[in-house]
Write a protein that binds this ligand. Structure first.
Ligand SMILES: [Zn+2]
Length: 393
């Protein structure tokens, strides 16, 4: 049987690009790796330009999509920018017998930085098959086995979540949350993240698209892919929209903000209780230091500035449900050095319990920024802590 390899020769900006880089040797190599044999015919499809750096191979009733790497790594976004398009075209194809592959072209530059390795792990998790990875990266790449592993990697890796390029993931008892950005290069990355999470999660996914001003939805091709996968609910939100909700809900303490959660993830990394170290994401919560209801009641600031305080990642810390409730009920608080305070007249048994579940006597430097201290001072100004004493474990 003869395989049929189809490609579009023109790149969007470079006519004939794929005629030049897809040598016979490379096409033969791809054919062998996909079909196990080297008999193929080539169809050059000149109807439009090549999107997604794709070639397709039809063989034995199966349509294989092969996304090609760049031949030169010039930047982190540039080097992977065509992959989401390839994924969307793959999902849009109606052939039920299909597969999606990635092929490394001979290239200049480093395709295996921490960022790339994370990205390729996502691809592998999403079901993409690497044809010749081991030729370039002998250590190999493993798919994420579960969402927790993905959350750790995403939220702890400085390089992968640096700059404004980031999407973050968290988990509650009934859902997985993805906080994504819909603009710039990251708009496509969030789709890949959603596909990867969908492949390994045991619960539904909420995908929050966070826009700065006006709502910018994901590109239609990405929305189609997400619909095809199912199990993912998209929530479009913007700073402007949340601000309106905030003004209505804050006084009743009903304000629940995905943007605040995202900002905490960005500042503090993955969910872990600051006082006991618990890392079970289902029971870790973002705790406001200067509470939302108190911010709403304050009469020094405009609504705009109040909203910024309510969603600031500096105005909070991760606490487990026990420590969060104790904090909100004023069983424990913090002095301006970050030491834990408890009421001096605490029942002995209650003091013993708090000591038993608490590992740290004070907050660490990552939490205790100048801005955080300002929020702490706002909190501590409202209430009299003169009858509190330092917790000694
Ligand atoms: Zn705790």
């Amino acid at each position: 049987m003869t395989a049929i390899i189809t490609y579009r020769p023109d790149a969007q900006k470079t006519p004939g690009l794929y005629d030049r880089i897809l040598t016979y040797k490379i096409l033969r190599d791809i054919c062998i790796r996909v079909t196990g044999q080297d008999d193929f015919n080539i169809i050059r499809d000149t109807s439009t330009y090549n999107k997604g750096r794709l070639i397709t191979i039809e063989y034995g009733g199966i349509k294989s999509f092969v996304s090609l790497s760049e031949v030169s790594v010039e930047g982190r976004n540039q080097s992977v920018q065509s992959i989401p398009t390839a994924i969307n075209l793959y999902y849009a194809d109606s052939n039920p017998n299909k597969a999606l592959y990635y092929y490394f072209m001979p290239h200049k530059g480093n395709y295996f930085t921490d960022y790339h390795l994370f990205y390729f792990r996502l691809l592998k998790t999403a079901g993409v098959i690497f044809l010749n990875l081991l030729d370039y990266y002998p250590a190999g790449i493993n798919a994420f086995e579960n969402v927790d592993e993905l959350i750790d990697e995403r939220n702890d890796n400085r390089e992968t979540n640096s700059s404004n390029n980031s999407s973050f993931i968290s988990k509650t008892s009934d859902k997985v949350q993805i906080y994504a950005k819909t603009y710039g290069a990251s708009k496509y990355e969030s789709t890949l993240l959603a596909i990867a999470v969908a492949a390994i999660t045991d619960r539904p996914i909420d995908l929050y698209n966070i826009c700065e001003q006006d709502l910018t939805r994901l590109p239609q091709s990405s929305l189609n892919t997400i619909n095809a996968i199912g199990n993912i609910q998209i929530h479009d939100t913007s700073i402007t929209l949340e601000k309106r909700i905030f003004i209505n809900q804050a006084k009743n303490n009903e304000f629940r903000s995905p943007i605040y959660q995202r900002n905490l993830l960005q500042r503090l990394g993955r969910k872990h209780c600051a006082l006991c170290g618990c890392e079970i994401p289902e029971i870790i919560q973002g705790a406001h230091v200067w509470g939302v209801a108190e911010i709403a009641r304050d009469d020094h600031f405009s609504d705009d500035i109040k909203f910024n305080h309510a969603i600031s990642g500096e105005n909070g810390l991760w606490l487990c449900q026990n420590h969060h409730k104790l904090f909100d009920s004023h069983y424990l608080s913090f002095n301006m050095d970050g030491h834990i305070l408890v009421p001096s007249n605490l029942r002995t048994e209650d003091g013993q319990f708090i000591r038993a579940i608490t590992q740290n006597e004070s907050l660490d430097n990552q939490i205790m920024t100048e801005n955080f201290k300002w929020y702490l001072s706002q909190r501590n100004n409202i209430r009299d802590y003169s009858h509190y004493q330092r917790l000694v474990i």
